[in-house]
Design a protein around this ligand. Structure first.
Ligand code: PLP
Length: 348
């Protein structure tokens, strides 16, 4: 039996259409700028997010790091949410490789920073302080159940950035989940930021890769930064071919993932002992916990699901689980997870 894997959308395998496109991809040396499939992907990506140019990179982490390197100089300061992926889960790259000082600000239940706090967090022009030069935003917001933040918020951020002459980079790992959930084009969300990274390898199901987008001068700088990080890939069109499918065939169907996540949350809410807030589920992630009436521990439940049903779910901070829907999760998989959890928790 195939594994039913709710741990993340990163586990999604390439689709049959992707495997075919990969096998037949026209390729060239992309460091020479000669891979037609990479160029096609980059142009398509830039168009989707309303920017002039794109750069295919190996991962979201690399895209964000390259953006940080290209936007800052040694000793600069970057502001971001305290639980943003860029500070929490990218191995400290901005500090170790960019010599950038992170200044995290508390985020609210949706992953938004307080705008007054953001405005006053920008360091004054004074030799005591690092030079604040960058604001990092995230959408959808991973640590807030993938909340899809509205474009208005970024309009306000832009105003603050302009006031202080700062650059704004968006970690849009799940940008298209956010756009689909809000029923707006992705470019409406990204219009207020200078640059954006999004992942092809999550809900969009490609085997690997992200695209970093911005204006032409930025992308030129970013190409050099990518090379210095060892990210210049040669016949990368093999991978980009899957990314083209991601952008042409896999965006609208994210709605199905969101519907399944909502169904999962609603059904989990009916299991006594499970704590979940279905109202907060807006994209493809469901976080849930256990109340004190439940005897088996989180670890025991995860183990039992794996061993007895081959269902894999994620474990996150506190006593919570994370279940993420994606292309390979069906309605039946959702029912099976709910049924199995009901049994495991019910027969204590
Ligand atoms: C996954 C993710 C990234 C990084 O992507 P990788 O491709 O795993 O390096 C960045 N930001 C957020 C919010 C993510 O969820």
């Amino acid at each position: 039996m195939d594994r039913i894997d709710f741990r993340s959308d990163t586990v999604s395998w390439p689709t049959p259409a992707m495997r075919e496109a990969m096998a037949n991809a026209h390729v060239g040396d992309d460091v020479y700028g000669e891979d037609p499939t990479v160029k096609k992907l980059e142009a398509l990506a830039a168009e989707k997010v309303g920017k002039a140019a794109g750069l295919f990179v190996s991962s979201g982490t690399m895209g964000n790091l390259i953006a940080i390197l290209a936007h800052t100089t040694r000793g600069d300061e970057a502001i971001m949410g305290h639980d943003a992926h860029t500070i929490r889960a990218e191995a400290g790259g901005m500090a170790t490789l960019g010599s950038v000082v992170p200044k995290p600000l508390q985020t609210d239940q949706f992953g938004k920073m307080d705008l007054d706090e953001l405005n006053t967090a920008v360091s004054p022009d004074n030799e005591h302080y690092p030079n604040t030069s960058l604001i990092l935003v995230e959408n959808s917001y991973g640590m807030k159940q993938g909340y899809p933040i509205e474009p208005d918020y970024y309009e306000d951020i832009r105003e603050i950035a302009n006031r202080h002459q700062l650059t704004v980079h968006m970690d849009g790992a799940r940008l298209f989940n956010s756009a689909v959930a809000q029923n707006i084009p992705a470019s409406e969300i990204t219009q207020h930021v200078d640059t954006v990274t999004f992942c092809l390898s999550k809900g969009l199901s490609a085997p690997a890769g992200s695209v970093l987008c911005g204006d032409a001068a930025f992308i030129k700088k970013a190409r050099r930064a990518r090379k210095s990080l060892g990210g210049g890939m040669r016949q990368a069109g093999i991978l980009a071919a899957a990314g083209v499918i991601s952008l042409t065939e896999m965006i609208e169907r994210l709605e199905d993932d969101h519907r399944r996540a909502k169904t999962l949350a609603n059904q989990l809410a009916n299991i006594p002992g499970i704590i979940v807030e279905p109202d907060t589920v807006k994209t493809n992630m469901v976080f849930f916990g256990l109340d004190e009436t439940v005897k088996p521990t989180k670890e025991e439940i995860i183990k039992q699901l794996r061993e007895e049903q081959n269902i894999w779910i994620g474990s996150t901070y506190g006593h919570r689980f994370r279940a993420v829907t994606h292309y390979w999760i069906t309605d039946e998989d959702v029912s099976n997870l709910v049924e199995s959890l009901t049994q495991i928790i019910g027969k204590q």
